[in-house]
Structure formats: C-alpha cells, structure tokens
Design a protein around this ligand. Sequence first.
Ligand SMILES: [Zn+2]
Length: 183
Amino acid sequence: MNLSPDQLKLVLYPDAVLRAKAEPVSEFDDRLAGIAQRMIEIMREEDGIGLAAPQAGVSIRVFVCDVPAHPGEQPGEDGVRFATDGPIAFVNPTIIDSSDSRTSLEEGCLSLPDIRGDVIRPEAVTMTAQDLNGESFKIRAGGLLAKCLQHELDHLDGVLIIDKMSQMSRMKNRTKLRRLKQG
Ligand SMILES: [Zn+2]
C-alpha cells in the first residue's frame, strides 16, 4: 500500500484487509502522522466515534477514537474515563486489564453500513498504547469509551462485530450482510 495518506478511503466489508492481522508500527514518522490525520477525517466525515487503520485500507496497528462526553458522566475517582476530550490516536495498543463485569451494547461499524447488533464485552478496560511520537501512555476506560477501544482493537486482529454479536442480532442482519457480501 503506497497510496499517499490523503488518498485513503473508508473500506467496506467484505474487503480482505478487514480480516487481516495488522502489523505492529515501528516507524513514528510523518507518514504515520499523515495516516492518523486522514483516519480522523474519515471518522468525522462518517460521523463515527472510532476508526481502525485497516478500515482505511492500511494494515497497521493504529486506531483513532473520539468519544464525546455525556452530561453528568465525570471521570471516576479511580481515573476511569468515559470520553476522549478530542480525537486520540492509539498505536500498538494492548489491553492489560479488563473488568470481570460484562455488559451488552448495540454496536455499529463504519465498514458494515446499516448493520447493528448487540455485543457483550467487559464493562471497563485498561489499555496501553503509544502516541504518534512513540511515547507510551495508559488509559482506563469505562462506558462507551471502553466499548469503543475494544471494538477498534478487534479490527487490528481482523475481528468484526458480526463475529461477536448475539445470535438474535445475527439473524436480524442476515439479509443486509448478504447484500454487502454481494457488493
Ligand atoms: Zn468497526
């Protein structure tokens, strides 16, 4: 993939790049910053709260996320965050801790237009990642932010919500999914 970052476009299911395991990032250069910038643009154009690099056709371990704050949802005393306060890029992210409690949330995905389904995931996670300069950081997330981080991390391993959604949601989306597959 040698497209310049501004040529990157949203990739839809069933493009094979969405099923590949993405490669770790080792060069924190202008190209990486350009790709992340373009990913933020695509996420905004599509009204999303997260986008993983494979969704822009680039198989590298990067995602961006921009979860707005909800009124009344303040960061917990234990440092758990529910919003990002603007777009953040996560490079080489890893989940180092997950809550035992799991909750179900109806999720959508920009690469799966019109498909929504209930996905059960841990309610809170702690993630470490690098920023665009290669500096490590850690974030403890709950609520929608925790769901978003897990959804985007799944993309880097080729995993989509259609793999994880409830049987009922899978049934409901059967026809839409078949149409997407046919292109
Ligand atoms: Zn997605």
